[in-house]
Ligand binder design. Structure first.
Ligand code: SF4
Length: 553
């Protein structure tokens, strides 16, 4: 083990004793890189890769890319190599990363909870259509995700996005990933507080700032001032959740250390009150705590949740206040969690008398063409624009009452609907084996067929049931907090062959009854048998539920 350097002092000058065993915490002196990811970040600030993409790689082509950039620093620019076509899920763990690589890239564009006006939607659509074989998925991190991107096209894509006020900086990598913001911030009639300005300010100050470009691992942010907690705040590293203080009025509680994947943990609620204007400083304090004390030795323990679990929320708060903020936070009970989190699907009146309309693509699969069509429609009815949601959906804001019907009909024509079935509304799927190098199974197309099957079998459903389809244990589509969570893995079929399938997690939830679904060993299902399996589970629930018992019980 690398020995720690001499004991350090905290930002406010307190001497820190050496840790007995190094977890790679910088502030305890473990500044020597302890694994190849840490070494790569130390060798060169990952943000520097942008210039090399513009000046070298895009001009000389894929073969000119330094492997350390290709499989490491490119992520800080929102770029990952795609999975080479034709490699089945059994190959994922057997092959080296370079053997899984295709010469095309996936590219993520951040929206960070912002309204995307018609011109911005059109720019996003044009990029998808012209450079990404008409792909453009809406992810549950409120990103637009393209596929089939060529390195030669990246400068032109960035130019188009930049002109539309968009970027891909730190959309991936060990950095402050794209923020989740309430899709109805500033317009909802029942909003507690509009946090838009805080998200804008965090982005302006800290995204692309070298001070936060080398975190131990990814750092996910969510912020909502809506009482339906519409950004899955329990599953983010740092969340600001609208609350009211009896004297100070509306502000935000602070939740830290949420995350799924392996070792899932729900965020700890600190029970504080933070004024809107102070949110960016508190965000920077939490991110700094993670940067300085986060575990860097093992990638599997490098998320903030492990630090919060070891310290407990009391110590976390104490360090935050004493070492980074230099003041105590105001105590305030955490806000009441909603029965279910808001997805904002359908037509809803805004506080200004206009309407917002939540639209459901199927499992987030949109296209460049759909986005340009949506831009035309938004312009046609004079709406303000659209926001993306944490549920792979789209909410269009500012539709006049007398244009709502025209808008909804237009949306249906382009493949989006404001009146989806439960299954279309409540099913999500991650990227899966089509493009993801970590995937074990196919997800998007399987989930789309599952939605079709369930719509046929259960056309009417009087309670929402959510289905989250994931291609591996990484839980990008939040496996553990769905009513029916599906984790991709290889399973045995009836003939004893290894085939694509899922481990099932049942009864997970966010909100008032937030909990992880039960993982029962026997609940494994082949991909081919998924429709029958889910139908059996739903039938069983409908036949045996008591009164208004929810699926999670
Ligand atoms: Fe890829 Fe796994 Fe995430 Fe799905 S859950 S996108 S397969 S890493």
């Amino acid at each position: 083990m690398t020995s720690p350097a001499i004991a350090r002092t905290t930002p406010n000058g307190t001497e820190i004793p050496r840790a007995k065993r190094g977890e790679g915490q910088w502030l305890l002196g473990y500044t020597e890189p302890l694994n190849k990811n840490e070494q790569s970040k130390k060798d060169d600030n990952p943000l520097n890769v942008r210039a090399r993409i513009l000046n070298i790689y895009s001009k000389r082509g894929f073969s000119s890319i330094d492997p350390a950039d290709l499989r490491g620093r490119f992520r800080w620019m929102g770029l990952y190599t795609q999975r080479a076509p034709g490699l089945d899920g059994g190959k994922t763990a057997m092959l080296e990363e370079e053997e899984l690589d295709d010469e095309y890239f996936m590219m993520r564009v951040r929206s960070d909870g912002a309204i995307l006006p018609a011109a911005t939607l059109r720019a996003l659509g044009v990029v998808g259509r012209d450079y990404a074989r008409d792909t453009a998925d809406v992810t549950d991190r409120e990103n637009i995700q393209y596929h089939w991107i060529r390195i030669e096209d990246v400068p032109a894509i960035w130019e188009t996005l930049d002109a539309a006020g968009l970027d891909t900086t730190e959309a991936c990598g060990d950095s402050p990933r794209p923020f989740l913001g309430s899709p109805v911030a500033g317009v909802a009639a029942d909003e507690i507080i509009d946090g838009t300005s805080a998200l804008e300010e965090i982005k302006r100050r800290y995204i692309g700032d070298p001070a936060f470009s080398n975190l131990p691992r990814k750092f996910k942010t969510a912020l909502t001032g809506h009482p339906s907690h519409d950004v899955s705040p329990e599953t983010n590293d740092v969340s600001f959740v609208g609350t009211v203080h009896p004297e100070h009025g509306p502000g935000f509680d602070l939740w830290v250390g949420g995350g799924l994947s392996t070792n899932p943990m729900l965020a700890q609620k600190l029970g504080v009150w933070i004024a809107l204007k102070d949110v960016p400083d508190v965000w920077a304090a939490v991110a700094s705590t993670f940067r300085d004390y986060g575990y860097r030795r093992l990638r599997s323990r490098a998320r903030l949740k492990f630090l919060v679990a070891d310290w407990g929320k009391e110590k976390f708060r104490e360090v935050l206040e004493k070492e980074y903020l230099g003041r105590a936070l105001v105590d305030n009970p955490s806000p009441q969690a909603p029965e279910a989190q808001g997805d904002h699907i359908g037509v809803h009146e805004q506080h200004d008398g206009r309407f917002y309309v939540g639209l459901a693509p199927v499992v987030g699969r949109v296209s460049g063409t759909i986005l340009t069509d949506l831009a035309d429609l938004v312009e046609q009815v004079g709406a303000d624009g659209a926001r993306l949601t944490a549920y792979q959906k789209i909410v269009v804001l500012g539709v006049d009452a007398d244009r709502v019907e025209e808008f909804c009909e237009g949306a249906e024509r382009i493949g989006l609907t404001a009146r989806p079935s439960n299954w279309r509304r409540s099913t999500m799927a991650c990227t899966g084996i089509e493009f993801c190098k970590l995937a074990i199974v196919e997800t998007k197309d399987r989930a789309r067929r599952l939605v079709d099957e369930l719509e046929q079998r259960f056309p009417e459903l009087d309670v929402p049931i959510s289905v989250n389809v994931n291609g591996c244990p990484n839980a990008c589509a939040r496996t553990q907090v769905a009513d029916i969570g599906l984790k991709g893995q290889l399973v045995m079929d009836d003939d004893g062959h290894q085939v694509e399938g899922f481990q099932v997690h049942l009864g997970g939830a966010l909100g008032l009854h937030a909990d992880f679904g039960r993982k029962l060993r026997a609940h494994k299902v082949t991909s081919a048998g998924l429709g029958d399996y889910v139908s059996g589970v739903v039938t069983n629930y409908l036949e045996h539920r008591k009164d208004d018992e929810s699926f999670a019980g």
